[in-house]
Design a protein around this ligand. Sequence first.
Ligand SMILES: *Cc1c(COP(=O)(O)O)cnc(C)c1O
Length: 421
Amino acid sequence: MSDKPLFAAEPAACHPETLAVRTAVERSQYAEHAEALYLTSSFLQPDAASAARRFAGEEEGYIYSRFTNPTVSSMEKRLAALEETEDCVATASGMSAILLLCMGLLEAGDHVVCSQSVFGSTVKLFAGELSKFGVETTFVSQTVINEWKAAVRPNTRLLFAETPTNPLTEVCDIQALADIAHNCGAYLVVDNCFATPALQKPVRFGADFIIHSGTKYLDGQGRVLAGAICGRQELVQEKLVRTLRSTGMTLSPFNAWVVLKGMETLHIRMEKQSQNALRIARALEEHDAIETVHYCGLPSHPQYDLAMRQQNASSSGENGEEKGCGGAVLSFKVTGDNADTLREKAFAVIDQTQLVSISANLGDTRSIITHPASTSHGRLTEEQRLAAGITQGTLRLSVGLEHHADVLRDILRGLENRPNI
Ligand SMILES: *Cc1c(COP(=O)(O)O)cnc(C)c1O
């Protein structure tokens, strides 16, 4: 019998699309072709002495699924391969990934510098929850590098950014932020949820930790909550996995399995959904009833060049713009004179859709529309919202895999007030 391993190719020699399908398959003795789902809370130990060695960390072996599980490990290895990091730890959700990172790396008296444009719950976690434990956060402009520099203090331990952001797709310069972090002995953390490793690999620009909400594009089909942190092995194991074991923010094997299978189609989905988003963004930009389109794949976007440089990790296609690297989320503002009219017009666009879903999620194969001012950013004051660039006329569209013309027609129906198109 041949002793050829079931996965013979050297993973490092393969393209990311291949890694997404072929890496990290933990086969059982039955040699199943698809990834097995190890739905078990604990693992049998061969004998008392082995159990003792495994608990003491002297011997490899699965013990209990709060610590490790083969399906979860597979998901972690596959994501680490795509992010080009040494290691990865999976968590129950994107927010628990950020919480685990903070619990593992910070202590009372530490300081964080964070972009003011990050995900709403991330702002609440830093400003509300972590401040209760003596961790202080300074929020700065996503794009003004001098604000980041000025905010750094001797006790700054983390710089936290997200690029592109929700809903305005603001892009920050990862390399510049990594330089600031490393000059002051801090780590740079990048939430890579919107671009995903299919488009952007933050580690190539110096990021130390990469955060994921697997709930979004990694699953890609709106089924489960999941999260992950990618980074250097020593830090992930010593600082994060250790904390995970005693805090229990663990990902369930079932959800890990769903995300593991979702990642197989990540590249092809991101490419196609980005192309769809670009086409829709271009059409909306031409429309009279629209004041602005925010999409970092459009040349009119203020950080277009930076976005095309940073978000161009895909190995397929030649030309950055057409191959689709802007990501699949865009937002736009309808025209109107005052807040009431803007809101009325924005609601009309939402309410006249027949295809696009009205839902809070994003990153699904189904296109989703939301009104940030009354949902994700509803708890901010009107002033805070305007400072963040979100008006009552702003709509966010997460573009899916439907034909772009069908999605566009669905959006235009409300804009043109033509219920029958
Ligand atoms: C959704 C999201 C999160 C939080 O992820 P959950 O899985 O919902 O906890 C964090 N960051 C970004 C950018 C997100 O879009």
